[in-house]
Design a protein around this ligand. Structure first.
Ligand code: HSE
Length: 422
């Protein structure tokens, strides 16, 4: 198997070094010799030893190189990556990519071209780093109707929230983000991580293959973690929950819902113990029930491990149709009014008599129960009230927050964080 690699960043460098280091072992598993025929790199990467490899600075040269069977796309971005992949496909090369944005935004066009040319486009490395989640859904769970997929899919966000919640030494958001960038976890544009875009790309892909439907990336409701305040993390902990950056896709008879949001998870649940850059994916199938996959979600070696898994898959000749993308049917997006959830609400209020009565009255009017409550004095004149609500319709919750925010004693917009039930 002769491969061409485009892009020698964190993942590309790890892939080249893994192939060099484990060539015999990989070739044995591939039942074929693996060799890197060409690498396209525009910048020097001191982490990567390219000696003995044919180098070009023209990515398209790799896509046209007749001696290459498989092009590994690791350049990132969407437009140029799409042109590169389509050119490789046109030249009858299989493609392996770690590019979640590319698959989430242009998957349909790419898979349709690949079907026409009789080649495969594989993307195990695009979701959840080293966890073989695509194969688990496509193959291991093929006998199931998938009803729900929920994941901690962005390692950088999970790393940031875990460090901010650290009991030993809680750290500020910016400082932890810098460390995630230094460690190679974060995207080139880290706002994709903290604003939830990266996780939204990944849940779009998982929903497409899990549900076998056409999912528009634009239909994902996205809420990042950059607005999370340390005081909320502390209160959430006191209520017995952890805060996790979740991406959730589920379907019910009238449609699908796709969301990325910071969610509270009861501390005794496995999901809440998944810390640092680790990812976790829960997949609910009609026959198997809930299954859970945990592992490293970012970093060069972990992601390169998934690229190699795709190489082995191709070489074994496993028939990987682009079947998840065949004749996909559009599914309607579920309205807010059919989603029910328990929630945390934080209100900073003027410390005066009758405040709690007015808050209770709003909640009562909207039939929202109080499961637990914590009250703290911030200063002589300001109090902080945090509430865990009963399960409530999302639309009703939003309207109640509007009413609470309008109370004269409430001094800033109420904070709301939802609870995820697994
Ligand atoms: N920036 C991504 C993350 C890398 O933090 O999860 C892996 O896709």
């Amino acid at each position: 198997m002769k491969i061409g690699i485009c892009g020698v960043g964190t993942v590309g460098a790890s892939l080249i070094s893994l192939i060099k280091k484990n060539r015999d072992e990989i070739s044995r598993k591939l039942e074929d010799e693996i060799s890197i025929s060409q690498v396209a790199s525009r910048r020097e990467n001191p982490q990567c030893d390219l000696s003995g490899i044919n180098i070009t600075n023209d990515i398209y040269e790799v896509a046209k190189n007749p001696s290459i069977d498989v092009l590994v796309e690791l350049i990132g971005g969407t437009e140029e990556a799409k042109d590169l992949v389509l050119l490789a496909v046109k030249n009858k090369k299989h493609v392996i990519t770690a590019n979640k944005a590319l698959i989430a935004m242009h998957g349909h066009e790419i898979f349709s071209a690949a079907r026409q040319m009789g080649v495969c486009v594989l993307f195990e490395a695009a979701v959840a780093g080293g966890i073989p989640i695509i194969k688990s859904i496509r193959e291991g769970l093929v006998g199931n109707v998938i009803t729900r997929i929920a994941g901690i899919l962005n390692g950088t966000s999970n790393f940031i929230l875990s460090e901010m919640a650290s009991k030993k030494q809680p750290r500020e958001f910016d400082e932890v983000l810098k460390e995630a960038q230094k460690k190679g976890y974060a995207e080139a544009d880290p706002s994709f991580d903290v604003n939830g875009i990266d996780a939204a790309h990944k849940i779009t892909i998982l929903a497409m293959i899990g549900f076998g439907i056409a999912v528009e990336f634009e239909s994902v409701r996205i809420e990042g973690i950059s607005e999370i305040a340390l005081e909320d993390i502390i209160l959430i902990d006191e209520f017995g929950f952890s805060l996790k950056p979740l991406a959730v896709a589920f379907r019910i008879s009238n449609g699908i819902s796709l969301r990325v949001y910071p969610a509270m998870i009861e501390k005794e649940k496995v999901f809440s113990k998944v810390d640092g850059v680790t990812n976790a994916v829960l997949v609910e199938g009609s026959s198997v029930g809930e299954t859970l996959y945990v592992g490293p979600g970012a970093g060069g070696d972990a992601t390169a491990s998934s690229v190699i898994a795709d190489l082995v898959h191709l070489s074994r000749g496993s028939k990987i149709p682009n079947e998840g993308f065949l004749e996909l049917k559009e599914a309607p997006t579920i309205e807010e009014s059919s989603i029910e959830t328990g929630s945390y609400i934080r209100l900073d209020v003027q410390n005066m008599t009758g405040v709690m009565a007015s808050i209770s009255s709003v909640l009562e009017k909207n039939r929202i129960g109080i499961e637990s409550i914590i009250q703290k004095e911030v200063s002589e004149s300001i109090a902080r009230i945090a509430i865990i609500t009963s399960i409530v319709n999302e639309k009703v919750l939003h309207e109640s927050l509007r009413q609470l925010g309008a109370l004269p004693a409430v001094i800033s917009a109420p904070t709301k964080i939802e609870i995820f039930k697994s």
